[in-house]
Each structure stands twice: as C-alpha cells, then as structure tokens.
Design a protein around this ligand. Structure first.
Ligand code: CA
Length: 229
C-alpha cells in the first residue's frame, strides 16, 4: 500500500519538528508548510492523504485555509485535523462550521496525534467506500439511495428525495458540522428543479420520521447540523 502522506501547516518550528519526526517514525510521508498560503498551494499540488492544520498562522489563518480547501472541488473531501492552542476554544473551531474533521488542543502528545490521524483517515476511507455504495448505515438508521428503502430499527420510513439527501450528507460525515448552506447544496444536488432549500424544515420533518433514531441528528446552534458519531 502506498504511504499515507500528511501535510503539516504549522509556523512554530519546534512543534513542526516534533510532529514531523513522530509521523515519519510511524511510517507516514510528511511535508511541512510554514504559512497558510504555501500550505494551501501544497494541498492542491501534492494531494496529501490528510492535512494537519494549525489555527494561528501568519497571513492566511487556519480557518481561512480550511474554508478554501472545503470550497474547492478537488480538495473538498480532504481530511483536516485542526490544531488549536489552549484558550482557543475547540468549540469555536468546530462551531464555525468550517469543516475540520477533528481537532486537537496544544500541547498534545505525539501518540494522541497519530491516533487521531489514523482515526480520521479510517473514517474518510469508510466515507469513500460508502459513496460508492447505495446503502449507508448509521446506528439504527439504514439509507438506500437506489431503492428508497429507508429503515429505522428495521422499520421502513418514508423520506422525500430532499430528506434522503440531507440525511445522507450528514451520515457520510459523522461528527462533522455541516452548515445550512452545505446542506442546502446537498439537498438540491445541482438539479435544475430547485428543491426547497429550507434546511430547517427538512430537518424537522426528518426528525419526526426518525422517531427513536431522532437523536442521531444534532443541532449546532447558529451554524448547522451534524450526525452524532
Ligand atoms: Ca501557530
């Protein structure tokens, strides 16, 4: 199997060195960028398996790098693990809905970082495989995008096309906050006939239909929604 390549975007040389050393030892290929602009360019050209992204960077900060990676088609699915310093509340990073897959607060142990990276890579791989399939299962919920046979605890539920797309988008990325805008795009999926983009209305309808599985969907106040991990 080809080596997984990690792009580290971090301006603090000490941290960069420790991370690079430990990841290399664990068998990862590693490259380091010292600022957001360079990191963004590297992410586009080198196509790493994952990006470890520091929040506070000179020039373009981590949030902006994250936003730009998510906004571009070719890097949209690139897994991102965000590094935050103590005091920069991790909730802020996730709550902003910029689309990081996970985050870690400094100071962290290299062992913890490696474990998180592996977990994010695993989830991203599972997501890629699920995309190929037409069936997706999360806890008590089973979605079927081809046959429209959607189940909660083996009991059929009737979802509209928009509701199915919304749930599918959330369930593909458990733990990641999706903004209303991202969900609206998932719902309409570029169709000429614009389905109702009112995400909140679809979410309420889905929740009613999900019954016992309702708590899979979590509201992140002011931002959007996520599927519980
Ligand atoms: Ca920094």
């Amino acid at each position: 199997m080809a080596k997984e390549h990690v792009l580290l975007i971090e301006d603090e040389p000490d941290i960069a060195e420790i991370v690079q050393y430990n990841l290399t030892r664990e068998g990862f290929g590693v490259s380091v960028s010292r600022d957001g602009q360079t990191g963004l360019r590297e992410a586009r050209t080198r196509k790493p398996s994952l990006v470890v992204l520091d929040l506070m960077l000179p020039g373009l900060d981590g949030l902006e790098v994250c936003r730009q990676l998510r906004a571009s088609e070719e890097t949209r699915e690139l897994p991102i693990l965000m590094l935050t310093a103590k005091g920069e509340e991790s909730d802020i990073v996730l709550g902003l809905g910029v689309g990081a897959d996970d985050h870690l607060t400094k100071p962290f142990s290299p062992k913890e970082l490696v474990a998180r990276i592996r977990a994010v890579l695993r989830r991203s791989k599972a997501r890629g495989e699920a995309k190929q399939r037409s069936r997706l299962t999360r806890g008590p919920l089973t979605l079927d995008s081809e046959r429209f046979e959607d189940l909660v605890n083996e009991e059929p539920i009737e979802l509209t096309r928009a509701e199915l797309r919304l749930l599918w988008a959330l369930c593909l990325r458990p733990g990641r906050v999706l903004t209303r805008n991202e969900l609206a795009e998932a719902i309409t999926a570029g169709e000429a006939i614009i389905l109702d983009r009112n995400v909140d209305v679809h979410v309420s309808a889905v929740r009613r239909k999900m019954g016992a599985a309702e708590d899979l969907n979590v509201t992140v106040r002011g931002v959007g929604y996520k599927c519980r991990e």
